[in-house]
Design a protein around this ligand. Structure first.
Ligand code: ADP
Ligand code: MG
Length: 342
C-alpha cells in the first residue's frame, strides 16, 4: 500500500470519527447510532430481541497472511448474522469492539471497516457503536449482533421431535477445503516469497473460507413457505458437532445418510487432491455457516424440490443415538470432532 497513515496521527477519537462517517443507518429500530455513550434501540412491539456475540482473534480465527482485511471484516459480520439467522430472527444492529496492534495503519482499519460496511449493507444491519483500544498483540475483533423476532417465533436448538426431517442448506466441507488450500499456499509462500499463489482451480473453496455468507435468504424463504423449523443451529464447527447439539438440547436421537450429504464439485475435487475423505470434510470441517434445522414430516412436500435445501435424514428417539448411515447401510455413531481452536 502506498498511502500508510500511522494510527497515532488520527488518535482514537479521530479514527472513530472517520469510521462513523462511513456508516449508514437503515433500521427503523435504530433510534441513535454512533456518537454518544450508548446507542438507543427501539424494538418493534410484540418482538423479542435476540443477542449474540463472537470474538475473532488474529492468528486463531483469521490469518492475515492470506485473508485480506476487507474479507475479515465481512466474515466477522456474517458469522454474527449467521447466529441471529439460526434463531429465525432478522438482524438489526451490531456493535464492534476492536483491539488494534501497533503495526496497523489507518488504511488497514478502513479496509476492515469497508468489509463490515459491505456486510451491513448485504444483511441490512446498522453498525451502531463499539469500542476501540490499542493492543500489544495483533488484531482482535469482537462483534455483538442484535436481531428481532416476533414473540413465539424464535427457533431454539431444543425443539426437535423424533421423526422430524433433518435439513441442511447449501453444501458442506467447502470452507474446510479452502483452508487446506490456503494453508498449503502459505507454506509455499513462506518457503519462497517470490512465489505467486495458485488459487485458480480453488476459487470456490477459497471463497467459502474467506467470505462466507449467513443464510438470511433461507430464513426469509422458510417464512414465505410457512415453515417454522422445530429446531435450528448454524454450522460453524461441522455438521456432526452441530447435529449432536440439536440432539442433546432436544433430548432426541438422529440418523443421517452419507449419500444424502450435499457437497459441491469443487470441494469434492479438492478433497480428492488432498487425499481427504469428503464425508469427513462435510461432517467435521468447520465454518460453512450453513443452517441445520428440523421440520415436521408434514413439511416434506414444501421442501422436497427446494434447490438449496437438502433433507439428510430424520430425528429418532434418544435411545437410538445419533448415527451416520453409510452407503452400505451401516450405522456409525457421530462424533463431535469439530474443529477446535485449542
Ligand atoms: P467511551 O469512552 O464512553 O467508551 P468512546 O469514545 O469509546 O466512548 O466511543 C464514542 C462513540 O464511538 C460511541 O458511540 C461508541 O459506540 C463509538 N465507537 C467507539 N469505537 C467504535 C468502533 N470501533 N466502531 C464503531 N463505533 C465505535
Ligand atoms: Mg469506549
Amino acid at each position: 500500500m502506498s498511502d500508510v497513515t500511522p494510527l497515532e496521527t488520527l488518535g482514537e477519537f479521530g479514527l472513530i470519527r472517520r469510521l462513523q462517517n462511513t456508516v449508514t443507518l437503515r433500521q427503523p429500530s435504530t433510534t441513535l447510532g454512533i456518537g454518544d455513550d450508548a446507542a438507543i434501540i427501539t424494538p418493534a412491539p410484540d418482538n423479542n430481541m435476540v443477542v449474540s456475540t463472537d470474538l475473532l482473534v488474529e492468528g486463531v480465527h483469521f490469518d492475515l497472511t492470506f485473508a485480506p482485511l476487507k474479507h475479515v471484516g465481512y466474515k466477522a459480520v456474517a458469522v454474527n448474522v449467521s447466529d441471529i439467522a439460526a434463531m429465525n430472527a432478522l438482524p438489526t444492529q451490531i456493535v464492534v469492539g476492536l483491539a488494534i496492534g501497533a503495526r496497523y495503519s489507518v488504511e488497514a482499519i478502513e479496509e476492515l471497516y469497508e468489509g463490515m460496511r459491505l456486510a451491513c449493507e448485504a444483511y441490512n444491519v446498522d453498525l451502531v457503536g463499539g469500542d476501540t483500544t490499542a493492543s500489544r498483540g495483533g488484531l482482535t475483533i469482537s462483534i455483538t449482533a442484535m436481531g428481532q423476532v416476533p414473540n413465539g417465533q424464535a427457533v431454539r436448538r431444543s425443539g426437535a421431535q423424533p421423526n422430524d426431517l433433518i435439513c441442511v442448506t447449501g453444501d458442506l466441507g467447502g470452507a474446510f477445503m479452502g483452508l487446506q488450500v490456503l494453508e498449503r499456499e502459505k507454506q509455499a509462500f513462506l518457503a519462497d516469497p517470490d512465489m505467486q499463489p495458485e488459487l485458480g482451480n480453488y476459487g470456490y473453496v477459497v471463497q467459502r473460507q474467506l467470505r462466507p455468507e449467513a443464510r438470511m435468504d433461507i430464513v426469509h424463504e422458510l417464512k414465505d413457505l410457512g415453515i417454522t423449523p422445530t429446531s435450528m443451529i448454524d454450522i460453524s464447527d461441522g455438521l456432526a458437532s452441530e447435529l449432536l447439539h440439536l440432539c442433546a438440547a432436544s433430548g432426541a436421537g438422529a440418523r443421517i445418510f452419507s449419500e444424502n450429504l450435499p457437497i459441491a464439485n469443487p470441494t469434492l475435487e479438492a478433497a480428492s487432491e488432498f487425499n481427504l475423505d469428503p464425508i469427513m470434510c462435510m461432517l467435521n470441517g468447520g465454518e460453512d455457516y450453513e443452517l441445520l434445522f428440523t421440520v415436521p414430516l408434514s413439511d416434506y412436500d414444501k421442501l422436497k424440490h427446494h434447490p438449496d435445501i437438502t433433507i439428510i435424514g430424520n430425528m429418532m428417539v434418544k435411545s437410538e443415538g445419533a448415527n451416520l448411515v453409510t452407503k452400505a447401510g451401516q450405522p456409525v455413531p457421530l462424533q463431535a470432532q469439530g474443529f477446535t481452536h485449542f
